[in-house]
Design a protein around this ligand. Structure first.
Ligand code: SF4
Length: 333
C-alpha cells in the first residue's frame, strides 16, 4: 500500500474528501476501494487502479489464544513479523517491527542473529497496525496500545519511527493517545535525548539487561559505544523533559546477570530514578540461558528490599515464537 502515492493523488482534492478517505483507511479499515460508496465513482476508480489496499499477511495463533503473530510480506519480498497481544481486560497491544532484522546482535535475541536487511519505511510500519486493526474489526475490537518492540532498533530508524508515531496519534487517523504508545531502545543515547526534546508523552523503555558495563558488553555489543552511566544520564534527561516513568527492561540470563550482586548493583544505580524494572526471564530455545526460579525470586526480593518498583513480563506467545527477542524473517507465508 503506497501511502505516499495516495497523498500525491489526493493533493488537489478538497479537505473534506481527504478526511473521508483517511476515515475509510484509518478508522473504518476498509480493504477495498469499492466499499467507499460516499466518494465520486471517478475518484474511486482512480484509487482502485493506483493504490492497492491489500496487505499480504498471514496470521499464526498461539496455544493460549491470547497472542497472534502476523507475517507480512513487503513489496520487495522481505517478510517482517508483528505481534498482537490480547489482554484479558480488553487491551489489545500491537508490537511492531521498525527494521527488517537488526544490526545490533544482542546475544539473547533471535532477530539479532539475522543481521540487518534494511530500515522500514513509515508506511511499512503503519501497515502492520492496519493489518491487525482490520483483523480486530472483524472481532468487534480495536488496537488500544502500540509498542515498538518488534524486529529492529526503532531509534536507528528515527525519522520513520517518528512519522509513524504522528500517524498513530493523529485524531483523524488511528487516534491512539501518546501515552498508549511505547518505544523500546537498546540505548542509543543521543536519540533518547532527541526524543525527549520532541515534546511528546510517549513511553520510553530501555533495554538495560545488566548492572554494569562489563556484563552489558558481553550480551549487548552496543554497550561498547554507549556506557552505562551515559545511558542513565540520557534516561534522566528523558524523565526531566517528559515527566514520564521509564521502563528499564532486564532480560534475566542464567549465571550472567541474574545473581544477587547484580540486583544489588542495579538497585544502587537506579535508586531515586522515576522508573521501574521489567524483568523478562529468558525464554528462548537455549535452555542453559533460562534463569532458575529461585534466582528470579531472589532478584525480585532484592529489588523489593531496595524499594525498586518492578514487574515481570508474561510469557505471551512463546509457542509461536512471538515472545520478546524471537521475531525472525520467515519464508512461511
Ligand atoms: S534485542 Fe532489540 S536491539 Fe538487540 S538485537 Fe534484538 S532487536 Fe536488535
Amino acid at each position: 500500500m503506497n501511502l505516499q502515492k495516495l497523498e500525491e493523488l489526493l493533493k488537489k482534492e478538497p479537505g473534506f474528501r481527504i478526511k473521508q478517505i483517511e476515515r475509510a483507511i484509518y478508522k473504518d479499515f476498509y480493504e477495498n476501494w469499492k466499499d467507499l460508496t460516499n466518494i465520486p465513482i471517478k475518484l474511486r476508480d482512480i484509487l482502485n487502479n493506483e493504490i492497492d489496499l491489500s496487505i499480504n499477511g498471514r496470521i499464526f495463533q498461539s496455544d493460549d489464544l491470547h497472542s497472534l503473530k502476523a507475517l507480512i510480506k513487503l513489496d520487495d519480498g522481505i517478510t517482517i513479523e508483528t505481534v498482537l497481544l490480547m489482554h484479558r481486560e480488553g487491551r489489545n497491544t500491537i508490537c511492531v517491527s521498525s527494521q527488517a532484522g537488526c544490526a545490533l546482535g544482542c546475544t539473547f535475541c533471535k532477530t539479532g542473529d539475522l543481521g540487518f536487511k534494511r530500515n522500514l519505511k513509515a508506511e511499512e510500519i503503519i501497515i502492520q497496525v492496519l493489518f491487525f486493526s482490520r483483523y480486530l474489526k472483524s472481532h468487534n475490537s480495536k488496537i488500544t496500545n502500540v509498542v515498538f518492540m518488534g524486529m529492529g532498533e526503532p531509534l536507528l530508524n528515527y525519522d520513520n519511527f517518528l512519522s509513524t508515531v504522528k500517524v498513530l496519534n493523529d485524531e483523524d487517523k488511528f487516534n491512539i493517545g501518546q501515552r498508549k504508545i511505547s518505544v523500546s531502545t537498546s540505548g542509543i543515547t543521543e536519540k533518547i535525548r532527541m526524543l525527549a526534546d520532541e515534546n511528546l508523552q510517549i513511553n520510553l523503555a530501555v533495554s538495560v539487561n545488566a548492572s554494569n558495563d562489563e556484563i552489558r558488553k558481553k550480551i549487548m555489543p552496543i554497550a561498547d559505544k554507549y556506557k552505562f552511566n551515559e545511558l542513565l544520564s540520557a534516561v534522566k534527561y528523558y524523565i526531566e523533559k517528559t515527566n514520564r516513568r521509564v521502563m528499564l527492561e532486564y532480560v534475566l540470563l542464567k549465571g550472567i546477570n541474574d545473581l544477587p550482586e547484580n540486583a544489588e548493583e542495579l538497585s544502587k544505580k537506579i535508586k531515586g530514578l522515576l522508573c521501574f524494572v521489567n524483568l523478562i526471564p529468558f525464554n528462548g530455545e537455549d535452555q542453559d540461558k533460562r534463569p532458575l526460579t529461585k534466582n528470579i525470586n531472589e532478584f525480585k526480593k532484592i529489588l523489593l528490599i531496595n524499594r525498586i518498583s518492578f514487574t515481570q513480563r508474561h510469557k505471551f506467545g512463546a509457542d509461536i515464537a512471538a515472545a520478546c527477542g524471537q521475531l525472525v524473517f520467515s519464508k512461511d507465508i
